[in-house]
Design a binder for this molecule. Sequence first.
Ligand SMILES: C[S@@+](CC[C@H](N)C(=O)[O-])C[C@H]1O[C@@H](n2cnc3c(N)ncnc32)[C@H](O)[C@@H]1O
Length: 235
Amino acid sequence: MPSAVPDAAERRRPLRSFVLRQGRLTAAQERAFAQLWPRYGLAWSPGTPLDLSDCFDGDRPVVLEIGFGNGETLAAMAAAVPAWHWLGVEVHAPGVGHLLLECERLGLTNLRVIRHDAMELLAHAIAPGSLARVQLFFPDPWPKTRHHKRRIVNPAFRDLLGRALRSGGVFHAATDWEPYAVQMLEVLEAAGSPLRNTAGPGGFADRPDTRPLTRFERRGERLGHQVRDLVFARR
Ligand SMILES: C[S@@+](CC[C@H](N)C(=O)[O-])C[C@H]1O[C@@H](n2cnc3c(N)ncnc32)[C@H](O)[C@@H]1O
């Protein structure tokens, strides 16, 4: 009978902001991993360095999108701003496969994909001050109180953002879950935060035109949820 008391291995396992779903890859996504991953994918694993200048040609602003889902928004933004370099990190394999196909369809040359936990990537791979922007659109809201500790926007995440962003660099989040939007404000504006609210204390930002509608945003809108944008700058 399973024990209610977590064993030692379980206690050591960090609390993740995701649960890996066993989604099946479509035939097209299988082909994408076989043929497109070598072009767009970065096989980073903890313990190895990640030099962004090796990942992209030339020295241009780098934008990191965390938890890009199926990647449509990220691919559209990368196509709209070809002069920048775009890096996506996501754990869900079918979403990664979908983005690879979008990269091919749009002929992108300025986007790279990592399949990994973004927290680990920020903590161990991204050099301090190396990112121009970080974007986090419709992160899992973990609505139950006992799951709030799984929300990715927490003080540790905020401090990792502060380390990764260059001075003046921007963190842009959007959510359709109002209690999470309020918690994000609290965390990002807490005393000692390396980030400053560009909308003024306690303020939400206007939705920037540059952010295309995401799949989860359309779902939130169908449910009648108000969408909140938060735009913070590295001090
Ligand atoms: C609710 S979905 C939103 C997807 C997309 N941003 C959108 O708006 O359509 C949240 C996504 O974040 C991913 N995710 C959650 N925690 C993550 C982490 N620590 N590292 C990488 N991806 C993560 C999940 O796999 C999921 O695809």
